[in-house]
Design a protein around this ligand. Structure first.
Ligand SMILES: *[C@@H]1O[C@H](CO)[C@@H](O)[C@H](O)[C@H]1NC(C)=O
Ligand SMILES: *[C@@H]1O[C@H](CO)[C@@H](O)[C@H](O)[C@H]1NC(C)=O
Length: 478
């Protein structure tokens, strides 16, 4: 009994303070500086807990107050509370020093806890032009955990930059041809995913402590989509690299004032015909890889991490047994010729035409779940006009103010996705504006009701949502 307790109590202490637990226990026993754990160990040993237990601890809390509290607090989200909930992670950045980019806005609303989405944005030294800056924006949609997306948040750009910088050797002050830039970005993505998988495999095979292994395995066990946009002001070219089902769309105003939605990425899921035929070509004879819009059960057809779709079955089994990794795909799915998943992005490159008002929307599928690309572009285009004073703020229709409803009304009495009748313009941040309108817009009860549901229940009415909106304009013309 004693040895059992003392071992448990000593272990963490010895890790923190001393490499050798025996040294510690000798010292504790002979020292006057006993701490609680030390005292606990010794008091158990002596059987005199009462006298040795430290006395200077906090008082027991009074519990009477809880008796008068209601079973569940009735909290109502005011309009202000809703606004602060959807804007709590929002940012608005003006980019005077970057030719071609006026400003950008971002926002994130979590459904999972911790949020599985991540993002980054900012400038970085141009790969081949001294004293010039490029811009980068990314939204990263994690699944089965936040660890992969969190890693991409800091590592994706460095890996891509490394490959871009290497082009200097060949192209000097540039610009490098577009397809060469696209290849470099692709290599950066692939190198990073290889590093993630290798770090996990090597750590598992090493004699590193289990706690180090846990950290290196997690980004391989979990998965993430990545959508990265790079803007080269010198050529006014926007490169968009997409792995997974986050989506980038360009909004451009036509001469007649309407807004055109130009897709810069195509969702890579088990419903994408091109992806399905690519998989069939790569795995001839395996006809059941894509079923019900899923790739061996997974919604996306490309991703970082997601080791189960990349490792041979024996490795999956061993990782599951030794490190409590996710349950192997077999026997539920037939794993014959992995990998079934790649982090290779599809890259598009677009020259920004400054003669027309133009903006970029990048968002994780949480936004696109309830709003189409065209709707998002229209909503943002009208918002821009409103911000420039060309249009009056939209009147809230009283009918939407206090409607009593529940989610069972979706599809019959109530539209679940975005509808123009509920469109509202009240936010100064374009990304917050999109989030608000995708979740209910002017229908306060719908919006507040959706936000009031917390994880894990919130996941049925909204996903993690991350949005960035970039406004382009030729500085010379501004
Ligand atoms: C416990 O006491 C030992 C000996 O005084 C000290 O080195 C150690 O830092 C203490 N541990 C904690 C967790 O306070
Ligand atoms: C709206 O989004 C939710 C949550 O992501 C999703 O379950 C639902 O199918 C979407 N509804 C429509 C009409 O697109």
């Amino acid at each position: 009994m004693f040895s059992c307790y003392s071992t448990r109590a000593r272990l963490p202490l010895s890790r923190v303070t001393r490499p050798n637990s025996r040294t510690y226990s000798t010292k504790a026993a002979g020292s006057k500086n006993w701490n609680i754990t030390g005292a606990f160990v010794v008091s158990l040993a002596l059987g005199t807990g009462a006298t040795l237990w430290p006395r200077d601890k906090s008082k027991a809390p009074h519990l009477e107050a809880t008796i008068t509290q209601p079973l569940v607090a009735e909290k109502v989200l005011s309009r202000e509370a809703v606004t602060s909930l959807i804007s709590q992670h929002a940012y608005s950045i003006s980019t005077d020093s970057i030719p071609g980019v006026v400003k950008y806005d971002g926002a994130q609303v979590a459904s999972n806890q911790p949020c599985e989405d991540a993002f980054f944005h900012g400038q970085f030294p141009a790969p081949w032009q001294h004293n010039k800056q490029w811009m980068a924006w990314a939204v990263l949609d994690g699944h089965a955990g936040w660890q992969t997306s969190k890693l991409l948040e800091t590592k994706l750009l460095p890996y891509v930059r490394e490959r871009l910088t290497q082009l200097q050797d060949q192209y000097g002050q540039g610009p490098a041809p577009t397809h060469v830039v696209q290849d470099a970005i692709t290599q950066g993505f692939l190198n990073l995913d290889t590093s993630i998988m290798k770090a996990a495999e090597e750590s598992a095979a090493s004699d590193e402590p289990l706690q180090i292994k846990a950290g290196k395995l997690a980004p391989a066990f979990a998965g993430s989509c990545a959508l990265l946009s790079l803007f080269d002001p010198a050529t006014s070219t926007l490169h968009v690299a997409c792995t997974g089902d986050s989506r980038a769309v360009l909004g451009q105003q036509r001469p007649d004032g309407s807004w055109e939605a130009i897709p810069l990425s195509v969702d890579q899921t088990g419903r994408n015909a091109q992806e399905i035929s690519r998989l069939q070509k790569e795995h001839p004879g395996e006809d059941n890889i894509v079923k019900g819009g899923r790739v061996l059960g997974l919604m996306v057809s490309r991703a970082f991490g997601d080791s189960r779709w990349k490792w041979p079955l024996e490795v999956q089994q061993e990782m599951s047994r030794r490190y409590y990794g996710p349950a192997p795909l077999a026997p539920r799915y037939d794993v014959r010729t992995p990998p079934y998943l790649t982090a290779e992005p599809v890259v598009t490159s677009t020259r920004i035409d400054y003669s027309r008002p133009t903006f970029l929307i990048m968002a994780t599928d949480g936004l696109w779940d309830n709003m189409s690309s065209q709707q998002a572009v229209d909503v943002t285009g009208r918002w821009l006009e409103w911000r420039h004073g060309k249009e009056m703020p939209r009147q809230l229709r009283p009918a939407f103010a206090d409607l009593d409803f529940d989610f069972g009304d979706f599809g019959s009495k109530l539209e679940e996705g975005f509808v123009e009748e509920r469109e509202t313009r009240e936010d100064k941040n374009a990304a917050v504006h999109l989030v608000r309108n995708s979740l209910g817009g002017a229908h306060h009860e719908l919006l507040a009701g959706r936000l009031a549901f917390r994880p894990p229940f919130s996941r049925n009415v909204r996903d993690d949502i991350t949005v960035q909106v970039v406004v382009f304009q030729d500085h010379a013309a501004a």
